[in-house]
Design a protein around this ligand. Structure first.
Ligand code: HT7
Ligand code: ZN
Length: 855
């Protein structure tokens, strides 16, 4: 396996400035004719080495002369002694119908579709398949007119025609130089939804949304979301769209969420198709945010792209931050922030603590597909958010303007981005930029000491060693900070080191001095989750409740309750009781917010098993899971009257996806999930299901029933399964519910579900819904003491890896995070990882993660 290192970057030996492709589509013999205008970069005498995989080279000429001194390997086409500037023409054939990895050009469900990021273009034709080679493209696509009436590629359509043999063709021209990873081609028979958008400078853009036949009624929301995103990017960043047409295609077979190909976004249909009957509020939210994310890439990613793949966070961290800003503006600040924090705490902190730990700008990679991670994306977005906090809204916008002014049309680095930001601020960002190169989760300790007439609060940082880096340095951390007493009175430190609610922790430790108060001061740390760090602070239950009741920042208030829940669960783990006074405190805290449905729903969600794992080591899965169950059950029993009252206080008219209703509906369903644990409420759950006029409530009822007894749950699941048996996207919710249900026979149940007519190992959505949900979220089944859950996943991955390594490598993650569990589980997990590693023909994708995990 070849390890690639960031430090080894070399500029390309040649540039390709213009690309002409003519593609004749055929299921097992697609012909790709390519004409490349190539120029030597500098005065060296190196061979021309083009990337290419799984290609059948049929013809090759340079400046119309046959070439016969070239060499073809498994991964390259090597041509010695080329001139300084020349036209290389090749003809290759490829087999889209046998491409189950869904990288390059593939044919699934009658649709031809490409996925070229990160290194898929080399499976279409020989090329310098790296992001710093930018070319303009002219692409002519030929295909059977009846079967493939729609033929799409990037840019603007410039010509079309019919051939004599029943095929037709369309020619596309993309005037914006782009890297090969942004190339796209789609062909099929779709229904089309159209609209137009007039940009801030009065330019008319045609909007086209292509969906499976018969699915038009599920496309309008995505199209409307696109228009909202286009407007928002103009208003907030002054960024305007730059082609005459913007196309979005929804496909059923897709490895990830969506892809920002220039002018032709390809989407997993899960993130396009939505109507109230088939999609939950969460689905609607995701459609809007993914549509926006891909649209925002047009500037942050396409117009300014990455120099090399180590710089991935340049476009992904920044674009995630921008889509988070957009979603907060379209919906609400608090619930969005909490959602992101859950992702960071449950998944990114776990990644940092595993063998896959890496900085947001990784230093070493075997398989690039493995680095589309929560660290690069979500921690990357947190790093951008910290810059936004440090520079302020206007400063950040000025920095963005400067970034585009300097780098429009270029392939650049994270350092280039920071340098543009540096040019608009007096803050020295050199120290800050350590966030790009250092992996791991910083721990912030907060201690208090009374001394004479003052209280000293010391805030210190330490980043524990990670698998990839032993030595750590202190970071520059903007830490949301305030101080209150038990009555909620706010205090300022004597030296004014906390300004505008932020303490700049730019060294190992800072001590704040406060005037001595009668009651103990309570530090309130990390307002709005101002940095991706863990806080280590011992606060008792009274202090946590005081923060909930009095802190200014709603994130801090929510977080205080989460900590209190965590502490209660740890009492049960240790076979201790939770004091009556704490239950009383919780009751009055929650009732103080009983009409604030947004905060209330977040506060009624008990930390997940995954989140609880973050504050523990040497985890005994059974004990922790049982303790959590005990707490959740007691919570439901004790608060049943209050929960019922909230449930009954929320009544909604016909379904609308609007903010007020979404918040109220969410609260009602969160409450129902608690009530569903108690047998006496099974009729209420049933009623919720029967009366539902939308997927959010239907699913809410199923989830509530899942918490209770199996008979009513099974009955509802049967009804749902029958109702949606021909709709795979909706059925994924059902697969996922089955996979996360606690039952003795879960493994045979999973096997039975794989035989369902709608299940296919070739469809990543199905695999994620069934096998992914089991491995990530079925705690008792996956972590069964005898190791059978681990073995089941491993058997499945061995099979999946031979067809789709990218998805297999994603699903191996829960096994690779063995470090946090006790010796018994560690041993069983490592046994299965070792079994995986022994497999002949294991992909680079799975090999990289498993071998690191066992190193
Ligand atoms: N830039 C894209 C990342 C991506 C991807 C998408 C679909 C299939 C395979 C993929 N590999 C990488 C998606 C994004 O972040 O917008
Ligand atoms: Zn992205």
């Amino acid at each position: 396996m070849q390890v690639k290192r960031r430090a080894d970057y070399q500029p390309p030996a040649f540039f390709i400035t213009n690309v002409e492709l003519t593609v004749h589509l055929h299921p097992h013999s697609t012909r790709v004719q390519s004409t490349l205008h190539i120029k030597r970069n500098g005065t060296h005498q190196h061979d021309l080495v083009l990337d290419g995989e799984q290609l059948n080279l049929v013809e090759i000429t340079i400046d119309n002369q046959t070439v016969d001194h070239h060499k073809v390997t498994d991964t390259a086409l090597i041509i010695p002694s080329v001139g300084d500037e020349f036209i290389l023409s090749t003809v290759c054939t490829i087999a889209p119908d046998s491409n189950k990895a869904l990288e390059g050009l593939y044919l699934s469900n009658g649709v031809y579709c490409t996925q070229c990021e990160a290194e898929g273009f080399r499976r279409i034709t020989y090329f310098l398949d790296r992001p710093d080679v930018l070319a303009t493209y002219q692409v002519t696509v030929h295909g059977d007119k009846k079967v493939l009436p729609t033929l799409l590629s990037n840019g603007n359509p410039v010509d079309k025609g019919d051939n004599d043999d029943g095929t037709h063709w369309v020619k596309w021209h993309d005037p914006h130089p782009k890297p090969s990873y942004l190339f796209a081609l789609v062909a099929g028979d779709f229904d089309l939804l159209t609209d137009t958008y007039t940009t801030m400078n009065g330019k008319q853009v045609a909007l086209e949304l292509y969906v499976d036949k018969g699915k038009l009624d599920r496309g309008q929301f995505a199209l409307d979301s696109l228009k909202r995103a286009m407007k928002w990017d103009e208003q907030v960043y002054g960024l305007e769209y730059d082609l005459e047409i913007y196309m979005v295609v929804a496909v059923d077979f897709f490895n990830m969420g969506a892809m920002e190909n220039k002018g032709l976004n390809v989407f997993n249909s899960k993130f396009v198709l939505a109507n109230p009957a088939t999609a939950t509020d969460e689905d609607f939210f995701n459609v809007e945010s993914v549509i926006a994310h891909e649209y925002f890439h047009n500037w942050t990613g396409n117009r300014v792209t990455c120099r090399d793949w180590f710089q991935l966070s340049l476009k992904e961290g920044l674009t995630v931050f921008r889509d988070q800003q957009f979603s907060a503006d379209m919906t609400s600040e608090l619930s969005n922030r909490i959602k992101h924090v859950r992702v960071i705490r449950e998944h990114q902190f776990a990644e940092d603590a595993s063998a896959m730990s890496h900085p947001i700008r990784p230093d070493e990679v075997i398989e690039m597909n493995n680095f589309y991670t929560v660290t690069v994306y979500d921690k990357g977005a947190e790093v951008i958010r910290m810059l936004h906090t440090l520079l302020g809204k206007d400063g950040f916008r000025a920095g963005m303007d400067e970034y585009f002014k300097r780098h429009d049309g270029q392939a650049v680095t994270c350092d280039d981005f920071v340098s543009a930001m540096q040019s608009v601020t007096d803050l020295n960002l050199t120290h800050f930029s350590k966030w790009y190169s250092q992996s791991g989760t910083p721990e912030i300790s907060v201690t208090r000491k009374r001394e004479g007439d003052k209280t000293l609060i010391t805030v210190s940082q330490r980043t524990p060693a990670t698998a990839d880096q032993q030595e750590k340095e202190d970071l520059f951390i903007p830490l949301g900070f305030s101080c209150i007493d038990a009555t909620g009175q706010q205090y300022q430190d004597r030296a004014g080191k906390v300004t505008n609610g932020i303490l700049l922790l730019d060294q190992q430790q800072i001590t704040l001095t406060y005037d001595q108060q009668e009651s103990e001061l309570i530090p309130v740390v990390l307002a709005n989750f101002s940095a991706p760090v863990r806080i280590k602070q011992s606060l008792d239950s009274t202090e946590l409740l005081a923060i909930f009741l009095h802190a200014n920042d709603d994130f801090n208030r929510w977080d205080a309750l989460q900590q209190l829940y965590d502490w209660c669960i740890s009492q049960y783990e240790a076979n201790q009781q939770v004091d009556e006074t704490i239950w009383e405190g919780l009751k009055s805290a929650l009732s103080s917010e009983k009409t604030n449905f947004e905060l209330l729903s977040e506060c009624l969600i008990i930390p997940s098993f995954e989140t609880l794992c973050q504050s523990r080591t040497n985890i005994n899965v059974e004990t922790l899971n049982a303790a959590r169950e005990q707490f959740v059950r007691e919570f439901a029993e004790r608060f049943e009257p209050e929960l019922l009252a909230i449930y009954q206080s929320i009544s909604l008219a016909d379904y609308h996806y609007d903010q007020q209703d979404v918040i109220a509906r969410r609260c009602k369903n969160v409450v129902l999930a608690h009530l569903g644990r108690l047998q006496q409420n099974s009729e209420l759950v049933q009623q919720h299901y029967t009366q539902s006029d939308n997927m959010t409530d239907t699913l809410g009822a199923l989830k509530a029933a899942q918490q209770g007894h199996s008979d009513p749950f099974n009955a509802l699941m049967d009804s749902f399964g029958e109702r949606w048996k021909s709709d795979p996207l909706v059925l994924d919710k059902w697969f996922s519910l089955h996979a996360t249900t606690e039952r003795e026979d879960i493994l045979s149940h999973l096997t039975m579900l794989q035989a369902h007519p709608q299940f296919s190992i070739e469809n990543p959505n199905r695999v994620r819904a069934l096998i992914g949900s089991f491995a990530f979220y079925n705690t008792s089944g996956f972590h069964a003491l005898d190791g059978s859950g681990y073995e089941y996943l491993t058997d499945y991955l061995i099979n999946l890896d031979s067809s789709n390594p990218q998805v297999a490598a994603r699903l191996v993650t829960p096994l690779t995070q063995w470090q946090r569990f006790n010796k018994h589980h560690q041993h069983k997990m490592k046994t299965q990882l070792a079994r995986l590693l022994e497999q002949e023909g294991l992909s680079n994708d799975v090999y990289e993660k498993v071998s690191k995990s066992l190193a």
